[in-house]
Design a protein around this ligand. Sequence first.
Ligand SMILES: NC(=O)c1ccc[n+]([C@@H]2O[C@H](COP(=O)([O-])OP(=O)(O)OC[C@H]3O[C@@H](n4cnc5c(N)ncnc54)[C@H](OP(=O)(O)O)[C@@H]3O)[C@@H](O)[C@H]2O)c1
Length: 293
Amino acid sequence: MPQPHERGKPVAPGAASQRVPLTGRAEFSSLAGMSYRFALITGATSGIGEALAKALPAETGLLLTGRDAERLATLKAELGEGNRRVETLAADLARDAGRDKVIAAAQELPVDLLINNAGTGQIGPVLEIPAEREREVAEVNVVAPVVLTRALLPGMLERARSERRRGGLIVVASIMAFQPAPMMATYAASKAFDLHYAEALAAELSGQPIDVLALCPGGTRTRFGARAGIHAARSNGWDSPERVAREALAALGQRDVHVVGGRNRLVTSMPRFLPRRTVTAIFRRALSGLGEA
Ligand SMILES: NC(=O)c1ccc[n+]([C@@H]2O[C@H](COP(=O)([O-])OP(=O)(O)OC[C@H]3O[C@@H](n4cnc5c(N)ncnc54)[C@H](OP(=O)(O)O)[C@@H]3O)[C@@H](O)[C@H]2O)c1
């Protein structure tokens, strides 16, 4: 099924390293296909972020962040074999101090791939979710990508121009970004922000040597569900984080928005065919069942 906002021909998952540069982009393409020098991945301690870290080739150095220092140490030992440089930083992206720490560390490195992946969400009616938790969702999902991207993009652009390579920017949104979602209102709205932010940036940066991708996974088997209060029995049929990571890297530079999987593409196309209130009601019904056994 064709993707919305498609920029080039769809590629098979896993084909990132064989990409053919699109018209007007050859000038900034790396000779070795799209291999990046250094990737900053937020939320790398589990799920999609960890899968992305593992999917990148060994020639790409890594700055991995999350709050779980023990998990970061394990990943550093696992992925830092040979000459590969793997840096880790435990930081809370819900707070200015944590975001500033990540920015300072990244500015010391030749980051040319920024993956804003860290995210959190909570199921339930807005008025039943503690105010502090609602705030955390907005801080991690909205403020952190904006602040990190704004701080790091100028250096990424400068390096890409001077080295005549392309950089990459991935913002992990969700299929929840395409319509309002009662029972996950704040989370879905934060992901709508991520989607629009990445799409707008992609347009602003067209002609520049940075590829931007809004990645929109559907249900994925990570720690997200349990942390959000979604019952484990409801995650049957969800995608693996490895699939999501593979498709993300294949789509980067090929299109601005990538929805993972045919069923999810059908779900995200609903607002184009049905009245918005109907789609909102469908989501309300679907999400109301997720917290129950
Ligand atoms: N799983 C799904 O069904 C699904 C579907 C669509 C979109 N997504 C999106 O995919 C992204 C990755 O989530 P996931 O599914 O892989 O879930 P996950 O396994 O829970 O991973 C979330 C990551 O974000 C980090 N994180 C959360 N809060 C943080 C904070 N305050 N400061 C720093 N790091 C924080 C976590 O690190 P620590 O625990 O170490 O802090 C963890 O590494 C999120 O943006 C999520 O919204 C997930």
